[in-house]
Design a protein around this ligand. Structure first.
Ligand code: 3PG
Length: 214
């Protein structure tokens, strides 16, 4: 898959909802009801971070939920790419980008949202053909003002800011011309996932899905 095609796919996915939930799943048994609640609330595109032993199982479970498009997050290199694909992930998200990671995604036809935090990182990815990128860590890297500033000289790149995005600032990011969607963990807080409060998670998802965007 070419980088251009990959970014086109990520733009399509980013168009499905204003927020991509960033999920940390500790128990694969929680995956299905969690995904169902998020999809029911209007957030069909989900990112499961590969940071727990249950993550790959969770992706496999979520891949079977009607209407759900599940991707793998925290994908750091070729080994993660292969594992994510085998589990049924339809896209990958990375906090940064390395040549090995990008090459593995391209060779294995896995659309990827690579991370950038500076103008130079954004330019390197764009040079390779990636016009959809993750802005990470969004708040620490300068937040809304930084993303807006990067958009002035490099308007052809659209971003999914992630890292510190919350209900308090999501609308400000989404108002920017170069913001595709935002990523965040706030729609699936650890305590609600642990207690299996799917109704509360569906409500959080519905509020997030209702956020206005540019
Ligand atoms: C992550 O990789 O954990 C994401 O950046 C989520 O960040 P958040 O918890 O601040 O939403």
């Amino acid at each position: 898959m070419t980088p251009e095609h990959s970014s086109e796919r990520l733009r399509e996915l980013g168009g499905l909802a204003p927020v991509i939930p960033v999920l940390v799943v500790h128990d694969a048994a929680q995956a299905r009801p969690l995904a169902q609640a998020l999809v029911a609330g209007g957030l069909p595109v989900l990112e499961v971070t590969l940071r727990t032993p249950a993550a790959l199982d969770a992706i496999a479970q979520m891949a079977g939920v009607p209407g759900c498009v599940v991707g793998a997050g925290t994908v750091l290199g070729p080994t993660d790419v292969k594992a994510a694909l085998a589990a049924g992930a339809q896209f990958a998200v990375s906090p940064g980008a390395t040549d090995a990671l990008l090459a593995a995604c391209e060779t294995n036809d896995l659309p990827v949202l690579p991370g950038a935090a500076t103008a130079s990182e954004t330019m390197s990815l764009l040079e390779r053909g990636y016009s959809a990128q993750k802005f990470f860590p969004a708040e620490v890297a300068g937040g809304v003002r930084a993303l807006k500033a990067i958009g002035a000289p490099i308007p052809q790149v659209s971003f999914c800011p992630t890292g510190g995005v919350s209900p308090d600032n999501a609308a400000d990011y989404l108002a920017l011309d170069n913001c595709l969607c935002v990523g965040g963990s706030w729609v699936a807080p650890a305590n609600l996932v642990a207690s299996g409060d799917w109704e509360a998670i569906e409500t959080l998802a519905r509020n997030a899905a209702g956020l206005a965007r540019n």
